[in-house]
Design a protein around this ligand. Structure first.
Ligand code: GLV
Length: 304
């Protein structure tokens, strides 16, 4: 297996313990040398070498969860693509919960009050029964649902066909989500970026909200920024919590940094830990060895 990038050497060390029979070489991102291209049957890295199609690599492992940055280059290639999920659903779940509870408990307002030595109790934060709509019922969406459910939120999931998913009180199909939006306390985007989800959170959807918090932990390009801004101005969206952005790092002059109703974080809600990558490689390799589809194999044609 070729291990690309600055974490390659560390990963090689950890894989030597976890999979003593796996031979690895560390390489830099970019084109493969003719020798490496002929030697390797698998590759782990964040981008697709331009000459991958001319190599012996038949398994590409991505050390992160979202596959949008490699899917196009892998389309049409005879490779299995696997990804790393690990502790991400729970981490993203706790990120979303932290922000929704901070909002419910008025933590920003109390921080401002404290600076002014002002004693002013605000309405009590009863979250039990508040509805949160989560776009995406995969592992990340389910991690969000589980975290929120534990705090008493009622979580409605949204997927393409309304297919039930265990973590959710209810699941609706995307075309039927409209009526749920008017009464939800928050809308969370946990969708992968595909042709179908690019620009999905647009005016049509945001205008149906009535003072909800919007949280984006999926991909920045799913949110139409001008529409978000208009929805904030119109009060349809009360606060936007944005961990992912269409351009990262977010440029210093971007309006989101200073907008009073926007919380920006630097793409931190779903970290990939090194042990997650090792575990993902071990599990995928075991499945491939017996001809099974790995649990975290990606349907390249579908895009996630
Ligand atoms: C992070 O955004 C990831 O896709 O792993």
């Amino acid at each position: 297996m070729l291990l690309a990038g600055r974490d390659g050497a560390r990963l090689a060390g950890e894989l030597a313990t976890a999979l003593p029979d796996l031979r690895t070489r560390t390489v830099t991102h970019g084109p493969l040398s003719a020798e490496d291209a002929a030697w390797a049957d698998s590759y782990t890295g964040f981008s697709v070498p331009p000459n991958l199609a001319d190599s012996s690599v038949r398994w590409f492992h991505l050390p992160m969860a979202g596959v949008d940055r490699v899917i196009e280059e892998l389309t049409g290639h005879d490779v299995v693509l696997t990804r790393t999920v690990g502790g991400m659903p729970a981490a993203i779940g706790s990120y979303v919960l932290a922000h929704l509870l901070a909002d419910a408990w008025h933590l920003r307002e109390y921080a401002a009050q404290q600076l002014a030595a002002r004693w002013e109790p605000l309405p009590s934060p009863r979250v039990a029964g508040r509805t949160v709509v989560v776009l995406g019922t995969g592992e990340i969406g389910s991690g969000v649902a589980e975290a929120l459910r534990g705090a008493g939120f009622r979580v409605v999931g949204v997927n393409t066909r309304g297919t039930p998913a265990a973590a959710f009180a209810d699941v609706v199909a995307l075309p039927d989500v409209g009526p749920r939006l008017a009464s939800c306390a928050a809308l969370v985007n946990a969708l992968p970026l595909t042709d179908g989800t690019r620009g999905l959170l647009d005016a049509t959807l945001l205008e149906r909200l009535d003072g909800a918090v919007v949280v984006n932990v999926g991909r920045g390009a799913s949110l139409v920024l001008d529409d978000l801004r208009a929805a904030l101005d119109a009060g349809r969206v009360r606060r936007a919590v944005l961990d992912v952005h269409e351009t990262e790092p977010l440029p210093a002059e971007d309006w989101r940094w200073t907008h009073p109703q926007v919380t920006v974080t630097p793409h931190v809600s779903g970290p990939t830990e090194p042990e997650d990558v090792v575990e993902a490689i071990v599990a995928a390799r075991a499945a491939l060895a017996v001809g099974r589809t790995p649990r975290h194999a990606v349907d390249i044609g579908r895009g996630y």
